[in-house]
Write a protein that binds this ligand. Structure first.
Ligand code: T3D
Length: 261
């Protein structure tokens, strides 16, 4: 598959999507939004892919919306429509993908770049990475799902502070706030991302996917509803090869060989 603004590579069960506009710190133009969305959908269709990594080329993860493109918009341009037809599709493609998504945040993430990182299931940050809700610097409110994800992840007060100050939150601070799962020094960053990706790609993928569905759904459910839904999904996981293999491997005191089915 060949794209203009991203790289899409598949190896050993892991798809890596690299945002590839390094001269702009991987700012999203319309093509990149469309291609990234498409790549996540391809990853969903390909049964050999059991984990997806999204990262940035060069020194940034993503600087958000391409502001040069904004300048060339016609007067009656609708940002609302641009969001609905662009970023929303991307964020939903990430969340609906029933496979673990890792954001390997190699450098600065700003604006919609933060939204994309937050829509991943696991965030690994390089030591020099940072997060900036740059929206208010250009007179906008957070978008790309940031208002939904961030207060849930770090709490309202910190999320609102990030939005109204647009100050840089460094990787270590993000770790302390629970916004990233791990911070790695630059020289071992790729290794750590690969280790995470390989571990997830060799895990019980059906269970990982169903867990993602259960947890997102539980965010809007009562306890009774969540318990019911868990039982329904566990019925599916309980009929899988991986469940039989997991139990057998435990009893035989050996590591399980999960196939994702
Ligand atoms: O419009 C809609 O549809 C609504 C959607 C909105 C979503 C959003 O994302 S709004 C927020 C947009 N993003 C920003 O406001 C961030 C803008 N960028 C920055 O504030 C800074 O670049 C950073 C803090 C991210 C990094 O700073 P620094 O000093 O490390 O790098 P730099 O020198 O500012 O940038 C390096 C190059 O990337 C530079 O180009 P040059 O001078 O080397 O030719 C810069 O212009 C370019 N660049 C950085 N961000 C963007 C960008 N070019 C276009 N769009 C960008 N967002």
């Amino acid at each position: 598959m060949s794209y203009e603004t991203i790289l899409f590579n598949v190896a050993d069960g892991v798809a890596t999507i690299t945002l590839n506009r390094p001269d702009t710190l991987n700012a999203f133009n319309d093509v990149m939004i469309r291609e990234t969305t498409d790549a996540f959908k391809q990853a969903g269709r390909n049964r050999d892919i059991r984990c997806v990594v999204i990262t940035g080329a060069g020194r940034g993860f993503s600087s958000g919306q391409d502001l040069a493109d904004v300048q060339s918009r016609r007067d009656n341009f609708s940002i609302g429509e641009h969001l609905r037809h662009g970023y929303h599709r991307l964020i939903k493609a990430m969340v609906r993908l029933e496979k673990p998504v890792i954001a390997a945040v190699n450098g600065v993430a700003a604006g919609a770049g933060v939204g994309v990182a937050l829509a991943a299931d696991i965030r690994i940050a390089a030591e020099k990475a940072s997060f900036i809700l740059a929206f208010s610097r250009v007179g906008l409110i957070p978008d790309s799902g940031v208002n939904w994800f961030l207060p849930r992840i770090i709490g309202y007060a910190r999320a609102y502070q990030m939005a109204i100050t647009a100050e840089k939150v460094r990787a270590e601070q993000a770790l302390a706030w629970g916004m990233v799962n791990e911070v790695a020094p630059l020289d071992t960053f790729q290794e750590r991302v690969q280790a995470w990706a390989q571990q997830l790609a060799s895990g019980p993928s059906l269970a990982f996917g169903l867990t993602k569905r259960a947890m997102y759904k539980a965010l809007t459910q009562t306890l009774d509803e969540a318990l019911d839904y868990e039982a329904y999904l566990q019925e599916i996981a309980g009929r899988s090869h991986d469940y039989r293999e997991g139990v057998q491997a435990f009893l035989e005191k050996r590591p399980p060989q999960f196939t994702g089915s």
